[in-house]
Write a protein that binds this ligand. Structure first.
Ligand code: MSP
Length: 532
């Protein structure tokens, strides 16, 4: 059964373990989780891959500075990523660690394929290297007399050593054909243009090994060298595809989930994913992924975030203060994924209180209380098809799933949220206009039931469509509406959830016993002291 479903494989970047997770890593991961959940709702078999990138000079140096072994540095930080993902309610399927033994086997096999294809050669490499980016920089790109443009407090270091090179230049034409024929390979459009411009300038071979660096996978043909951390890390996506009991071979890894449907990354690592990675795959005779989406960068109170600025936002503190649903909703609703976006705690509290506490939460609460009084705590004895087509909520509701599906498929979470909240605000207007409490007093029971049905049903559909973003809230709403469905337990979906039914307006069953009305989203308070 599982094997017959459509598959969808999605990745977050594999995060560096030089430091504890920051909000940027949390941002990519919550977006990836929301898409994965949406695809699961649609009935696909989904594989969400995340993990950690554990080799290279940056990690080795961090461990040396702390006086611990690189492996224990990796183990500690990998565990802190995992615990953050639990707090953020991330349902990942694979956590890929590049120090895993099976990963080494995959990297070696892959290297050998590229070697056998004649795409690796030895030469002298001279250039400016940013250890924080783990990348050579062009001199013209350095700022303030030798500093990395991304890590402006890190001086680039001069390197002059023998390295193995990968023949990227050989793949110029094939990459151009890929971008041409698979037009949405790089998303959003603006990022695609950036890559096309870069490639048009002519691709240069890049070095894929390091000497004098132990913390890496040895080059199979020359163990004095270790494999460049990016060459190794990108293959972490392939290793992650192995089932636990599989032999670590490329053939096994690529059997079920390849090609990956979506690599979700930040814009700073686009070149690696959209240029180097497909070229490496072509060289190894492996088909290329379907899509790479480069999201924007987060700022805090309008300022670039950074340790040197002293204005980093700690995702753990944020989650402890406000909870997973609030954090997920703010970042996904407030920022268009391809654009840069800002975190501001005042704005955070305002958005959440307005959309989730007032508009959605209060609406459910007052409507349930009325259903309790006027309908014996059951859903009204109506079916969606009995509600007239000109009912304003039905009108919006009938089109909502299609619109939201388009938005999710474009990874436009903010549009998805706005569409859903539009139904919610209209439900609030409708309840005030119709005033079911006075219809009840006038003895107009049929009208009361029509109004309450349309509102309860609109809340249900909103909760369903929001569930990839706010799974806890949506589960509570569903339970108060009398469903035995927990959006955090995909196994509770079937046979309870028939996707086509739930995504249509009008599927709240008649006379369903309703749960107790309890606030589903408590108003947030901005603490007077210690802003985040
Ligand atoms: N290890 C590499 C990825 C290898 S993938 C095979 C790496 N790791 S990272 O930990 O430095 O970055 C991970 C992600 O965090 C990147 O997608 C990056 O864009 C993202 N962010 C880092 N700072 C960010 C913000 N301030 N805002 C949003 N995302 C940011 O790169």
């Amino acid at each position: 059964m599982e094997n017959q479903k459509k598959t969808f494989a999605i990745t977050t970047p594999l995060y560096y373990v030089n430091d504890v997770p920051h909000i940027g890593s949390a941002y990519t991961t919550m977006a990836a989780d929301a898409i994965a959940r949406f695809k699961r709702l649609e009935g696909n078999a989904v594989l969400l891959i995340t993990g950690t990138d554990e080799h290279g000079q940056k990690i080795q140096r961090t461990a040396e500075e702390k006086g611990i072994s690189p492996q224990s540095q990796c183990d500690k930080v990998a565990a802190s990523f995992d615990s953050l993902w639990q707090k953020l309610n991330i349902q990942y399927d694979r956590f890929s660690r590049t120090t895993a033994a099976r990963h080494e086997a995959i990297v070696k096999e892959f290297f050998q394929r590229v070697w056998d294809n004649g795409d690796i050669y030895l030469a002298q490499k001279q250039g400016w290297y940013c250890v924080s980016c783990e990348e050579f920089k062009e001199k013209r790109d350095l700022v303030n007399d030798g500093y990395c443009p991304i890590h402006t407090n890190k001086k680039a270091e001069w390197r002059d050593e023998e390295n193995y090179f990968f023949c990227l230049s050989k793949y110029q034409t094939q990459l151009e054909i890929l971008y041409e024929t698979q037009e949405d390979f790089i998303q959003p459009r603006s990022r695609r243009n950036e890559v096309l411009n870069f490639v048009q300038q002519g691709l240069q071979d890049f070095s894929i090994s390091r000497v004098n660096l132990d913390w890496g996978i040895p080059v199979p043909t020359d163990p004095k060298h270790t494999i460049y951390v990016w060459f190794d890390a990108l293959l972490g996506y392939v290793t992650a595809l192995l089932d636990p009991e599989d032999e670590p071979t490329l053939e096994k890894a690529l059997a079920r989930w390849w090609p990956i449907d979506l690599h979700l990354i930040g814009k700073d690592i686009l070149r690696f994913h959209a240029v180097y990675w497909p070229a490496m795959l072509l060289s190894a005779g492996i088909s290329t992924p379907k899509k790479v989406f480069g999201h924007g960068f987060l700022t805090k109170d309008g300022q670039k975030m950074g340790k040197s600025m002293g204005n980093t936002l700690d995702p753990v503190a944020l989650l402890d203060r406000y909870g997973a649903d609030a954090v997920r909703y703010y970042f996904l609703r407030e920022i268009e994924l391809g654009q840069d976006g800002d975190f501001n705690e005042n704005r955070f509290v305002d958005v959440l209180n307005s959309d989730l506490a007032n508009d959605l939460g209060n609406l459910l609460n007052r409507t349930l209380k009325m259903a309790n009084k006027y309908c014996n705590n059951q859903s009204p004895n109506l079916k969606g098809e009995q509600i007239p087509a000109e009912n304003p909520l039905k009108e919006i509701g009938m089109e909502l799933s299609d619109r939201v599906t388009v938005a999710y498929n474009k990874l436009n979470f903010s549009e998805a949220c706005k569409e859903i909240i539009h139904l919610v605000t209209n439900s609030n207007k409708y309840i005030d206009q119709q005033a079911p409490w006075s219809l009840y007093k006038q003895g107009k029971q049929a009208e009361v039931e029509e109004v309450l049905y349309s509102i309860l049903e609109s809340i249900r559909l909103s909760a369903y469509l929001l569930s990839p973003i706010t799974p806890d809230l949506s589960s509570q709403i569903y339970q108060q509406l009398g469903f035995k469905i927990d959006f955090n337990q995909p196994s509770s979906f079937e046979p309870n959830i028939n996707f086509d039914v739930h995504k249509s307006w009008g599927s709240l069953p008649p006379l369903q016993p309703l749960g107790e009305a309890k606030p589903v989203f408590l108003r947030l308070e901005l603490p007077e002291e210690s802003p985040l």
